[in-house]
Design a protein around this ligand. Structure first.
Ligand code: 13P
Ligand code: SF4
Length: 308
């Protein structure tokens, strides 16, 4: 049996067993194509959180990095949240601690702490509101204009929103190591090679890159843009996993990756094997200590309220 036949066999086994065990699989667009194929829902980080909350299944398997599984666990205290690879993490999310926010708050008691969902639960627990890339601008626009904002941990997202809203935002000094590789020079080079292509990037990219783009938005936003525009070619500035979802809907459009390095090793550490093991053994169950979950859910619910 060759590798693709083995994959096909594993996919069929996963699909059969997840139904038998009432497991709803939620995957991020950065997952391997074969994992997106076995998922019940594929989306950006915000849509994944809502899909977990709204699922009728007792068990949710989150194919994504740890903060995505934690978010599901916080929003769904009555469901069992499974991770096929609990070591899959987000280095940017881990760059900030709850202690840092506590110390900041002591010095700036009136500032609102706006926290990207790419953070550990402990950080969400000491935040005023969470955001994702799909709703950050809308949420910050809804916050009182006389309040200062401290945005953690992604400084690129903060700077891109600040420019869009023409509002000052203080930002923690961190960024996504994957999106940081997209350079202004590379975009200029690719635009010269493909003058007909639209440039679509994630707002985790450097503001200089976003400035050159025709559109900046979440992974779901980028997919929607490709589907809805008549253009035939796109330079894409986000993780390469999005190509699988785009190609399913637009097989004839030309996709050019803005950098060969747009590959998140943590997202890619999840495999069909690990998903099958997770389903067979109902492992690893992701839980968040109750005191932290009770506080973190307030910032997450506030996000959902303001984003709706
Ligand atoms: P989205 O919210 O667009 O899915 O992005 C999540 C992420 O981790 C981007 O690197
Ligand atoms: Fe984190 Fe960047 Fe990977 Fe997204 S792409 S999970 S922000 S390291």
């Amino acid at each position: 049996m060759n590798n693709s036949q083995k994959d096909q066999q594993m996919k069929e086994e996963i699909i059969k067993k997840k139904q038998e065990k009432d497991i709803f699989i939620i995957a991020h667009y950065y997952q391997r194509g074969e994992i997106q194929d076995v998922a019940d829902f594929v989306g950006d980080s915000y849509a994944m959180a809502l899909a977990a909350r709204d699922s009728q299944s007792k068990n949710i398997l989150v194919a994504g990095v740890d903060f995505m599984a934690e978010t599901a666990a916080i929003l769904c205290p009555d469901k069992t949240i499974l991770s096929p690879e609990p070591a899959a993490t987000c280095p940017m999310a881990n760059s900030i601690t709850a202690e840092h926010i506590r110390q900041y708050r002591e010095l700036h008691p009136d500032t609102l702490v706006v926290t990207y969902v790419n953070t550990p639960a402990e950080v969400k627990a000491v935040s005023d509101v969470c955001v994702t890339s799909s709703n950050a601008e809308k949420i910050i626009r809804a916050l009182p204009s006389d309040k200062n904002i401290y945005f953690v941990p992604d400084q690129n997202l903060a700077r891109n929103i600040a420019r869009g809203l023409d509002r000052e935002i203080e930002a923690f000094d961190s960024s996504c190591p994957i999106h940081a590789v997209v350079s202004r020079d590379e975009i200029i080079k690719l635009k010269a090679l493909h003058p007909e292509a639209l440039v679509l990037v994630h707002p985790e990219c450097d503001p200089e890159v976003v400035h050159l783009a025709d559109y900046a938005g979440s992974t779901a936003g980028i997919l929607k843009k490709v589907v809805e525009t008549d253009a035939k070619a796109f330079i894409i500035g986000t993780e390469s996993g999005i190509f699988h979802a785009i190609r399913q809907q637009c097989p004839d459009k030309q996709l050019i990756l803005a950098s060969e390095a747009l590959l998140c090793p943590n997202m890619k550490s999840i495999t069909l094997h690990k998903i099958l093991y997770s389903i067979d053994n109902m492992e690893t169950v992701i839980t968040v200590p109750q005191d932290i979950a009770c506080q973190a859910v307030v910032a997450l619910e506030k996000m959902i309220e303001l984003a709706s």
